[in-house]
Each structure stands twice: as structure tokens, then as C-alpha cells.
Design a binder for this molecule. Structure first.
Ligand SMILES: [Zn+2]
Length: 212
């Protein structure tokens, strides 16, 4: 498996070159804010267990939102190959971790992505990286689903794209309504997945998901 590295310099990335450094200025400024957060929730930021916490959280938060510095169109564009294959390509069960933009609490689950090539294919791992690039930002599941679909449609111009995401939202599980087992399913289609019921059903069947 490809080693997870982080991008965080935030400026001159080529779109998908990941580097393992955190932006020092941003880490410092986030850490000082998290120190205030600790105070405001009634903690003592000076007690032993919390001394390094603001800096750790600052780095974790930069990691969890590193998608802002990745350009998914470039990831796909850089590995676009001419190929006459015209059947459905499905990448299912792509692990997905994101943060809901309303509570900044995780939601996580799986993405299933399919497309039918129209002269061009891409590396399968690139599809997963596109999912990750959009997921590692503050998101709502609906927008995330559509952004993945549109990116693939725009760059590969396939006959159709299908994206289904199933996710659990900790903001529902840990707080609020506390519906522990609820899973949210969203879907977005283009082209033949939209116009041709049989194509869409074949995809739904292959990924084994019930669309509500
Ligand atoms: Zn939420």
C-alpha cells in the first residue's frame, strides 16, 4: 500500500505531490487557538497530559483537512490513458473519512464509484485518491458525492459516472438524536447511469447497496 504522506505547505503543490511536513506557522496559530478551546471547555491546558495536546490537535486537524491542498483534477488528468475498453469499471468499498462541516465531527464509510470509459481510463488507485482529496475537507455527504462525480466526468469525459456513498455521521451517533446505527446513503449519476435504468441497476447490484 502506498504510504500516507501529508501535504501541508499549502502553496506550491503540483496538486498531488504529498510532503510530510506541516506548515509551521499554521501549526503554531492553530495550537494557540486549541489552548483557548481547552480553557473554554473547563480544562487546564497546563496539566501534564494536555501539555502537547494543542500542537498535536493542530497537526491532526491539518491532516484531516489536507484535501484543500490537493487538486483531484490533476491526479486524474496526470494518469489518463487512451484505451478502448467500454465496459463498466467499478471501484467499490473505498474507505472514506471526512468531517461534517456543521459540527466538525467525523463521518466515515464507503464510497463506490463506477464509470464507463469513452476512450480514456485512469489508474484505479487514482479514483480512491480523488475520493480522499474531496473527503479530507469540511464536507456534507451530498456535496462530496457530487464533487467526486463531477471531477471524473469533467476529466475523463466518460459515457457515464456513478457514485454512491454510505456513511455514519458521528454528529448523529454521539450527540443530538443519538441514532447509533443509522447510515446515510447518497448517490449521484451522469450519462448512461442517469438515462438507462438497466445500467444503473447493474451498478447498484454489483455494489450490493440498497438505495433508499
Ligand atoms: Zn454534523
Amino acid at each position: 500500500m502506498e504510504e500516507k504522506k501529508i501535504i501541508l505547505e499549502g502553496i506550491a503543490e503540483t496538486g498531488f505531490e504529498r510532503i510530510d511536513k506541516f506548515n509551521g506557522r499554521r501549526t503554531k496559530s492553530l495550537a494557540s487557538l486549541y489552548r483557548k478551546v481547552l480553557l473554554n471547555i473547563g480544562e487546564d491546558p497546563c496539566r501534564e497530559g494536555l501539555i502537547d495536546t494543542p500542537e498535536r490537535v493542530a497537526k491532526a486537524m491539518q491532516y484531516l483537512t489536507h484535501g484543500y491542498f490537493i487538486k483531484p483534477e490533476e491526479i486524474l488528468g496526470a494518469s489518463r490513458f487512451h484505451e478502448d475498453y467500454q465496459q463498466m469499471v467499478i471501484v467499490k468499498d473505498i474507505e472514506l473519512y471526512s468531517l461534517c462541516e456543521h459540527h466538525m465531527v467525523p463521518f466515515f464509510g464507503k464510497a463506490h464509484v463506477a464509470y464507463i470509459p469513452n476512450g480514456y481510463i485512469t489508474g484505479l488507485s487514482k479514483i480512491a485518491r480523488v475520493v480522499d482529496a474531496f473527503a479530507r475537507r469540511l464536507q456534507v455527504q451530498e456535496r462530496l458525492t457530487v464533487q467526486i462525480r463531477d471531477c471524473i466526468q469533467d476529466v475523463l469525459n466518460p459515457v457515464g459516472v456513478a457514485v454512491v456513498i454510505e456513511a455514519k455521521h458521528l454528529c448523529m451517533v454521539m450527540r443530538g438524536v443519538q441514532k447509533q446505527n443509522s447510515v446515510t446513503t447518497t448517490s449521484a449519476f451522469t450519462g448512461c447511469f442517469l438515462n438507462d435504468n438497466r445500467t444503473r441497476e447493474e451498478f447498484i447490484h454489483m455494489i450490493g447497496v440498497k438505495l433508499h
